[in-house]
Design a protein around this ligand. Structure first.
Ligand SMILES: [Fe+2]
Length: 343
């Protein structure tokens, strides 16, 4: 066991408000990766805080098999006994990626808080959150919640508008101490979604934009024409062809919908992070300060009906964002003092 990482997990669990006698479930799947080390560290850390940790380990795949990176189906699908064990916990440490699943919502509805933590231990340690990040993220979330429209601009021809008000704002600051609340360590951003038919305009993905799940940077501009919340045309050179080919394989019209929209506030996370490190699922690239986080596909995590397995997160570097014509992000820099890091 990595004892330094146990210390980091203890700090994280303290931020999550874990206290003596509290049941803490650690959920893992039988994949041959390093996450058993995560499970052991969380177990030890919770024990040191006097909590009551237990480990729920389930098969990663019970014969359903799937291609590509799909969201929505989890090792808990059709596994009521494991679900019952997780609902008994005050906090679930999710090492299997339940995000976008019915099971996650069901566990949250029970009042159980959930912390997703699947990045490598050194990334988690470097991006350990703090209360100041929470304050800045929550401030940004309050501002976003009051907006009726959002606009993204870039001198490359991007001008995309979102009609807001249909869906809630989700904050992610990397820990959770409120009943039923989900968070993801590490993170540091906020997002919401437009009305399902409420996104229109042109999005030009500039070189340097990061595409997840590809974990790669755009090299040739990709132009997306968007009408009534759906991508109706993808044009450009190599990167556009790759994006089209990836999306086409799902044969799912809902995969072309516009998903969540927001911006990053974490100054510890680096835009260049994925140039050197493509382990994990890329939370560093999604969180970096001043990125506009554009996404396509499902919106059920916001309470919407789109459950497409084709989901792309695309952090944009150097873009501007406006809420009801008030500028929030100027070419990758936050212009609202309360959202900027305090020195
Ligand atoms: Fe996403």
């Amino acid at each position: 066991m990595e004892y330094d990482f146990v210390n980091v997990c203890r700090e994280e669990l303290r931020l999550c408000g874990v206290h003596e006698g509290e049941p803490v479930a650690i959920l893992s799947a039988d994949t041959p990766d390093e996450l058993l080390g995560h499970a052991a560290a969380f177990m030890q850390a919770a024990k040191e805080l006097g909590a009551l940790p237990y480990h729920v380990r389930v098969p990663a795949n019970r014969g359903t098999g799937s291609g590509g990176w799909e969201v929505g189906t989890t090792p808990l699908t059709g596994h009521p006994a494991a679900m019952a064990a997780l609902k008994e916990a005050a906090l679930v440490i999710d090492l299997v990626f339940m995000l976008f699943s019915k099971e996650q919502l069901e566990i949250q509805a029970h009042g159980t808080r959930i912390l997703l933590a699947v990045e490598p231990t050194d990334v988690l340690s470097r991006l350990l959150p703090d209360r100041q990040l929470r304050e800045r993220v929550e401030f940004a979330g309050d501002v976003l919640a009051k907006a009726e429209s959002l606009r993204i601009e870039h001198e490359n021809g991007t001008r995309l508008t979102y009609r807001l008000g249909r869906y809630p704002v989700i904050t992610e600051y990397g820990y959770t101490d409120e009943p039923g609340r989900w968070d993801h360590w590490p993170s540091g951003f906020i997002f919401t979604g437009a009305y399902d038919d409420g996104v229109d305009g042109t999005m030009v993905l500039a070189p340097g934009s990061i595409i997840y799940p590809f974990k790669s940077y755009v090299r040739t501009p990709i132009t997306l024409r968007i009408e009534a919340g759906k991508i109706v045309d993808i044009s450009g050179e190599l990167d556009a062809a790759l994006m089209r080919d990836y999306m086409d394989q799902f044969r799912d019209p809902d995969g072309y919908a516009i998903s969540h929209i927001g911006w990053g506030l974490n100054e510890k996370a680096r835009w260049s992070g994925p140039t050197m490190d493509t382990r994990g699922i890329g939370q560093e690239g999604r969180s970096f300060y001043g990125n506009v986080l554009f996404a396509t596909g499902p919106n059920q995590e916001l309470g919407g009906k789109n459950a497409s397995p084709c989901h792309m997160d695309i952090p944009l570097h150097g873009y501007s964002l406006y809420l009801d014509d008030r500028q929030i992000v100027e070419r990758g820099d936050l212009v609202v003092p309360e959202m900027r890091p305090r020195s």
